[in-house]
Design a binder for this molecule. Structure first.
Ligand code: UDP
Ligand code: MN
Length: 302
């Protein structure tokens, strides 16, 4: 991975004064070889991050909620976002859904609003089902929205899956020109074992010598300009693969990983920003900010 010598550092948390015990003081990677910080709980001061964040900016949180996912996850997702996501900032939730679907009413704090992104796209959204299609059109729909009102309104965006809920403060420290999320299942894996797309015919293909980290499609973000680039790159790759009868191993996530390999993210979020309890106990994961809902693979999606 070409690590810089100072990249690893012990996590000093809660003014820890106990013995130098590796369990209590795990070492984590805090910087990439291209100089992007990797944000862990304990490596930043939330108050300073809040002060340093440009004031008066609008932060957009985009989320797709189609079919069963809307009734099942959206209300809890929004309620917990109200408690933890960018509290004290101006926030707009952009909910992408089907034409007739009823978006739950959630009481929003001052300076926070919700917009439903469905007009003009009703026909297209109706074709989103089944699940694979939702996942496949997300990039295209986001790109279209970024070129419209959403792109004019928000300064920074966070694009997330709905099948999760906020469980800890997700604040200004997570903002940057482009932000990638380390995947909880793979952050300790050797690079050559990471599950990138290896079929050279796919637009998402990475050579065995390529790829930095395994990033998650369930959380990514950045400025409008950076996300327009990223979404159009992924949407084109998805379309090209589909035209050739191909589908990358991890769908849109494979294309996202290819895109972040070519255009390095400015900031990485540690896996605690989007954690799955199924991964098991990890000393360096203390206070997850977002938690995945249990996977229901047996149920049809959509
Ligand atoms: N999604 C949706 N309805 C569906 C399937 C997916 O709204 O029927 C959206 C939703 O935001 C979900 C995201 O697409 O979180 C990605 O799908 P999923 O969470 O099932 O993928 P995974 O996390 O398993 O990769
Ligand atoms: Mn998901």
């Amino acid at each position: 991975m070409g690590l810089c010598p100072l990249a690893r550092m012990p996590l000093l948390r809660d003014n820890f004064t106990g013995p130098l015990h590796p369990w209590a003081w795990p070492e984590v990677l805090t910087c990439t070889c291209w100089g992007a910080p990797i944000i862990w709980d304990g490596t930043f001061d939330p108050d300073v991050a809040q002060q340093e964040a440009v004031q008066n900016l609008t932060i957009g949180l985009t989320v797709f909620a189609v079919g069963r996912y809307l009734e099942k996850y959206l209300a809890h997702f929004l309620e917990t976002a109200e408690q933890h996501f960018m509290v004290g900032q101006r926030v707009v939730y952009y909910v992408f859904t089907e034409g007739s679907a009823a978006v739950p009413r959630v009481r929003l704090g001052p300076g926070r609003r919700l917009r439903e992104e469905r007009e003009e796209r009703e026909e297209r959204v109706a074709r989103w089902r089944p699940w694979q299609n939702v996942s496949m059109v997300r990039m295209r729909a986001l790109h279209a929205a970024l070129g419209g009102r959403l792109g004019r309104e928000a300064r920074f965006l966070r694009c997330v899956d709905v099948d999760q809920h906020f469980s800890g403060t997700f604040g200004s420290e997570a903002l940057a020109e482009s932000v990638a999320q380390l995947l909880g299942w793979h952050y300790r894996w050797r690079r050559r074992l990471l599950p990138f797309e290896r079929d050279a015919r796919s637009a998402a293909a990475l050579d065995p010598s390529e790829g930095d980290f395994c990033y998650q499609a369930a959380v990514f973000g950045g400025s409008v300009a950076a996300l327009r680039q990223l979404t159009v790159y992924c949407a084109r790759g998805l379309r090209r693969d589909r035209a050739r009868g191909l589908e990358a191993r991890w769908h849109d996530e494979s294309h996202l990983n290819k895109s972040f390999w070519l255009q390095k993210p400015a900031k990485l979020l540690s896996p605690e920003f989007c954690w799955s309890s199924d991964v098991g106990r990890r000393a360096e994961i203390r206070r997850p900010q977002l938690l995945w809902a249990p996977k229901e693979y047996a149920l049809p999606r959509g």
